[in-house]
Design a protein around this ligand. Structure first.
Ligand code: SAJ
Length: 436
């Protein structure tokens, strides 16, 4: 099995299946197809498949032309037909791992993908899970599902875990050139999985000895970010009380060439990873009777930032003898971070909700997000942003620091600006700007 798979990978005759064509799966499918592997992209969402069949990208970092090129080369087949798994040899699972309403891991997508694969999985195949999840998922959850139809792991198929590393909007590091951690259940599985990623990617491939280590290292990466963002958010609240400019503090700390990485305050944590992944770790830790106090503390701070922003807005308006109730407020930015259109878990959504419950007249403008859905309601943004519009608002709150916005025009025409991202750092006249 091993030699046969290694040969097929080397000759690029191994047939690949990418399960889940989101911001992780689609770029990976494109890399496989670009390298000449016959790549089937499988997703349960037919709208995605139809969009791909017409070479229309729904992922910010993927261009239509990239999809068109691999469709023309006939190396990419988007489909909802999971029975195609029977003809595939290497299957990569890139499905979401959200939380349920009680902030517990929701692994139903992994289970569903596992069951679909198990039904059609052929012998002499490889399955790799890429979705960020708790240590033990690959061995304790996915392996039994794949063996449920009688096949035996290591004998009939190889199984491993290789965490995705996608930083939406990052132009420097992409799926192709970001170092990749790989693991397998058994030495042969690890050898085959390493060889696959070496063939597809153009980056360092780092082997670890068990899937649990690979699952844990990914959670370390994201928990590290969560906790450090929590730290700087907490310090920001303290600095405001002490009338110290935290942004200047950070710039000064950054002059230390070793042992310090700058993180920046903001309205809170958005995205599908940083705000959610650490809960996978704290949930699993409870099995060991272990309380992940650092994670819980940073979550409290980060999850409170939207409230804190609203309290700062209230104070700022009060200073000008205005109340939330009778103020017109414009939020600049709905995406969870700059230069992307993704607004999942965006703190700007929470801020909008808070302000609306205070009966504020609040609008938003985001060049990347024309409208968004939240709790069954759809919110439309302004379609343009000009001087006249800006002058109508009692307060403009910068919630996302998109690079395309003209911050000096905004400063000149807005009455008052509350900048939660220091997006106006290069603007000269700051007399009507208050920083987080
Ligand atoms: N944020 C801050 N302050 C900071 C950095 C980020 O408030 O100093 C906020 C952002 O505005 C955003 C949230 O945190 O709302 C998450 O931003 P992020 O860039 O850390 O996270 P993602 O989810 O866009 O992408 C991350 C990857 N980002 C980076 O490493 C820079 C990486 O952690 C993972 O590869 C990826 O999630 C993933 O898929 O796990």
């Amino acid at each position: 099995m091993k030699q046969d798979l290694l040969k097929k990978i080397e000759l690029k005759t191994a047939k690949i299946g990418i399960i889940g064509l989101g911001y992780v799966g689609l770029p990976l499918a494109i890399e496989c197809a670009k390298k000449g592997f016959h790549t089937v992209g499988l997703d349960v969402n037919n709208e995605k498949i139809q969009s791909l069949l017409t070479a229309t990208s729904y992922v910010d970092d993927v261009k239509d032309q990239e999809i068109e090129a691999i469709l023309e080369k006939n190396t990419f087949v988007p489909s909802t037909d999971f029975s195609m798994v029977k003809d595939l040899e290497i299957l990569i699972i890139c499905v979401p791992t959200p939380l349920d309403n009680h902030y517990q891991p929701n692994v139903k997508y992994i289970q569903h993908a596992g069951n679909l694969i198990a039904e059609f999985l052929s012998k002499n195949s490889v399955v790799v899970l890429e979705s960020t999840t708790y240590p033990g998922t690959t061995r304790e959850l996915l392996k039994p599902i794949l063996e449920s139809t009688g096949k035996i792991c290591e004998q009939d198929f190889y199984l491993g875990f290789s965490p995705e590393r996608v930083d939406p909007g990052n132009k420097l590091y992409t799926t192709k050139n970001t170092p990749k951690v790989v693991s397998g259940i058994g030495a042969d599985a690890l050898e085959v999985i390493e060889s696959f990623y070496k063939e597809v990617l153009e980056s360092e491939i780092h082997k670890v000895s068990t899937p649990e280590i690979a699952e844990m290292e990914k959670l370390l990466e994201n928990t590290y970010r969560n906790i450090n963002i929590g730290l700087i958010n907490e310090l920001t609240i303290l600095c405001e009380k002490m009338k110290i400019n935290v942004w200047e503090v950070i710039e000064a700390a950054k002059t230390k060439p070793y042992g310090f990485q700058a993180f920046y305050p903001g309205p809170g944590l958005g995205g599908h990873c940083i705000p959610l992944d650490p809960y996978y770790l704290s949930w699993k830790a409870k099995e060991q009777g272990f309380h992940t106090s650092m994670i819980e503390s940073s979550m409290l701070v980060n999850n409170n930032m939207a409230n804190y922003i609203v309290s700062r807005i209230t104070k700022l308006l009060n200073k000008r003898k205005k109340s939330l109730h009778d103020s017109k407020i414009l939020l600049l930015g709905m995406a969870y971070k700059k230069d992307i259109s993704d607004y999942r878990e965006s703190p700007a959504i929470d801020i909008m909700l808070h302000l609306k419950t205070e009966f504020s007249k609040v609008d938003f403008y985001d060049p990347y997000v024309q409208s968004y859905k939240h709790q069954e309601k759809c919110y439309q943004g302004l379609t343009t942003l000009d001087k006249e519009q800006l002058a109508q608002y009692d307060l403009v709150v910068i919630t996302t620091d998109h690079s395309v916005l003209d911050y000096s025009m905004i400063q000149k025409n807005a009455k008052v600006i509350f900048d939660t991202r220091n997006a106006t750092k290069d603007v000269e006249d700051k007399n009507n700007i208050e920083l987080l």
